[in-house]
Structure formats: C-alpha cells, structure tokens
Design a protein around this ligand. Structure first.
Ligand code: ZN
Ligand code: ZN
Length: 215
C-alpha cells in the first residue's frame, strides 16, 4: 500500500494502551493501527512497558532498586519479530466494520450539501465519531476547531494549506488549526473523524450554514 506519512502521537498510543481515550478516539486509533505497521509496533512497546510495570508492582514491595528492576524487566520482554501483514484492501478496515458495516455502500449517509455527506457512528457521548464523504475535487468551508479533531483517511486524499493526507494518514487539528481542506481529484475522499467538541466555522455565512453543514 502507499506510504503512510502522518502517524499517531505517543500520547495517543499510550492513552489507547491504557484504555483512557474516549471510544470515538479509540476507534480512530484502532483503525489506523490496523493499517500501520509502524504504530502497531510502537503500541506493542508501550503495552510491554505497561505490563512490566504492573508485574513489578505486584511482585514486591517497592524498594530502592524498583526502577532498576523494572527497567531490567522491560529489557527482558521478548521482542516479537514483526510479521508482514496482508494489506487491507477494503475501504473499511476491520475495527471500523463493527461500527459502520462492511463498506461505504451500506452506510446511512446524511447529505450536507454540495455532495458532501456524513454519518455519525454509535460511540459513547464523551466524543463524536463519524464518517465523512467528500466528492473528489470538493472544497470544505474554511474553518477552525474547538477542541481536538482527529481525522483518518480511508479512501482518496485531501490536502489543505499545511499538508497532504492519503489513505492511512492521521490529521490532528486543534484550536490553533485553521484550514480549508480540498478533496483531491481521483477517488472520492472518505474519512473517519473523532472530535471532542463542535467545529467552529469562520464567517457569518458559514456560521449560518453550520446547522446544515456539520463538518
Ligand atoms: Zn502509524
Ligand atoms: Zn478541520
């Protein structure tokens, strides 16, 4: 498959390993990991460290040498060789199918105008997960963000003023991000996005349109 250029942060991987992320963000992390050998390997290291720490704590009262013992345990963790995985060809990787069905044709899309569609996925209410469908060549309105938005490209590609994102890439946006994403020509762009607050659109027209264009 094409090279993945934009990966998960260590914070997100540690949060995922510790099961502290909202379900919507866990879904995006799990879906990226299913496509990305690099992040899957890093997650394995964090899980090994977490397991070693738990074992060290359970095994003995904490002494002066606890840290040294913990580090020794971490180094004892067997390093499993990375197995090459079959490249996932389906638009929806396995973790997403529990939420969205087998493929985009089965999704109950809601039209947002201009050919743009979305579909909210059933996750816990502390954050929102949804699929976005952006026809090739389509601009999204210029917008900022309130809170964190994590977007994973599943099909096609988009770019904004800052960078380019194709299948497997993660785009992280926060309050400081202000951009106008454009779906590239070719395949229509399908993304999985998690947000922890509604986006803030700039400009009166966009603000008026926001109830109709929830992106
Ligand atoms: Zn990755
Ligand atoms: Zn955005």
């Amino acid at each position: 498959m094409a090279q993945i250029n934009h990966h998960l942060s260590d914070q997100l991987l540690i949060g995922y390993a510790a099961a502290t992320l909202p379900e919507a963000f866990s879904l995006v992390v799990a879906t990226h990991i299913s496509l990305c050998d690099e992040c899957r390997a890093r997650l394995g290291e964090f899980e090994a460290v977490g397991g070693a720490l738990m074992n060290a704590c359970a095994a003995a009262p904490v002494g002066d040498d606890a840290l040294a013992k913990t580090m020794a345990l971490i180094h004892q963790q067997p390093q499993e060789p990375m197995k090459p995985r079959a490249v996932a060809k389906a638009v929806f990787p396995a973790p997403l199918r529990d939420y969205a069905g087998a493929d985009p044709s089965g999704v109950k899309w809601r039209s947002l105008g201009g050919g743009v569609r979305d579909a909210r996925l059933p996750t816990s209410k502390d954050a929102t997960a949804r699929l976005l469908y952006i026809p090739a060549g389509t601009h999204l309105p210029d917008h900022g963000h309130r809170g964190l938005e994590m977007t994973l490209v599943l099909q096609g590609a988009f770019h904004d003023e800052h960078d380019r994102f194709a299948r497997g890439d993660i785009d992280l946006a926060n309050e400081d991000t202000h951009h106008t994403p454009i779906a590239e020509d070719g395949a229509d762009c399908i993304c999985l996005a998690a947000t922890d607050a509604p986006l803030v659109f700039n400009g009166l027209l966009q603000r008026l349109a926001q109830p109709f264009l929830r992106i």
